[in-house]
Design a protein around this ligand. Structure first.
Ligand code: SF4
Length: 338
């Protein structure tokens, strides 16, 4: 967590909409998402599977498979340009160099048939054409050292399968940051790893982002992970952001019943009793095909009211950038529906 006061906005996503055409209907995977990411900030995007958090970031990276998916609306402003309207050639000079992404399973991004050196040198030279192979190799070794790979000068010649899961994720982080990216998108970067390694990888991302000034978008379903890492959090449900706040505020005063449920379902070392069942939010996330214009959380919400079944709640500012989309925060006189 290294957000400075008055830090510049490095990425502004406005009203992003990404839909998928399926035989059953239109899936509105992301429907009107807006957020700002500041220099040096770590922003958490949290939600259950299918909430739209990964699709949001894949849309910004222009990695949505089309068909069936398509960004049908919105903007993503980076360095004064809307990257959603750039040509694929222009986007290639940004993706991997200025905005990098790491995924849950590093093997989906590493080529199993090529040595790490080949893959890193190629990536570095693609975005830094003035560098010789030798210089790019030296940069690769330096990055592997920085992420804590022992004997980096030897291990750089290894193939991906010769590394453990945690070490592969370190290699991916080294590759992602090897061109001094301004933004690192980390999509569930620790889900496939055991708990001790998870903590090490998260610590590494935090350390490197502080050292290199990289802003991070951390996509996760785990609010426990967000607590120690993020400056701000956006909570997503059914393709929309339903609450956003500074991390400390979100934990101290969660406003949306869904956020409350997510926080209650995080195991606590201090208050959880032995043998106690962990809390879980009842029910399933909604099918996002042809969602009716109401609060999509209402079938699972313990505080649902009649208005929730008829109209989507407007966004309300609770102060200091804490925003929530829930009818509980709308004056009773304004809770009108047709
Ligand atoms: Fe619950 Fe209604 Fe708020 Fe939705 S709008 S979260 S159903 S209280």
């Amino acid at each position: 967590m290294s957000l400075k006061p008055n830090a510049k906005v490095v990425l502004e996503v406005r009203d992003l909409q990404t839909y998928f055409k399926t035989d059953a209907g239109i899936v509105k995977a992301v429907d009107g998402v807006s957020f700002k990411l500041h220099e040096g900030e770590t922003l958490g995007i949290v939600g259950e599977s299918g909430s739209g958090k990964s699709v949001t970031n894949l849309s910004v990276m222009r990695l949505i498979p089309s068909p069936p998916g398509k960004v049908v609306g919105g903007e993503a402003i980076f360095e004064d340009r809307d990257i959603l309207s750039l040509s694929e050639k222009e986007m290639r000079s940004i993706r991997g160099a200025k905005i990098s992404m790491i995924f849950q399973d590093p093997m989906t991004s590493l080529n199993p048939f090529l040595r790490i050196s080949t893959q890193m040198v190629e990536t570095i030279r693609l975005h830094n054409k003035e560098l010789s192979r030798q210089e790019a190799l030296e940069r690769s070794i330096e990055m592997l050292r920085l992420v804590g790979i022992p004997s980096a000068e030897k291990r750089v010649r290894d193939y991906p399968h010769q590394f453990s899961g945690g070490m592969r994720q370190r290699v991916m982080i080294a590759m992602a940051l090897s061109c001094n990216a301004k933004i690192l998108v980390a999509d569930e970067p620790t889900t496939a790893l055991d708990v001790t390694i998870q903590a090490q990888i998260l610590e590494l991302i935090a350390k490197l982002s502080a050292k290199m000034g990289t802003a991070v978008i951390l996509v996760t379903h785990d609010l426990g992970v967000v607590a120690g890492m993020c400056d701000h959090v956006c909570v997503m449900y059914a393709g929309k952001i339903v609450e956003r706040a500074q991390t400390a505020t979100l934990y101290a005063k969660p406003a949306h019943p869904y956020t409350e449920g997510l926080i209650k379902s995080v195991p606590r070392m201090d208050t959880s009793k032995k043998g106690e069942r962990l809390y879980s939010i009842e029910g399933q996330p909604p099918n996002v095909i042809d969602l009716p214009p109401c609060c999509p959380f209402h079938p699972r919400c313990p505080k649902a009211m009649e208005v929730c079944r008829h109209a989507y709640p407007p966004l309300r500012d609770l102060g200091s950038g804490h925003e929530v989309s829930c009818w509980l925060y709308v004056d009773e006189k304004e809770r009108v529906y047709e």
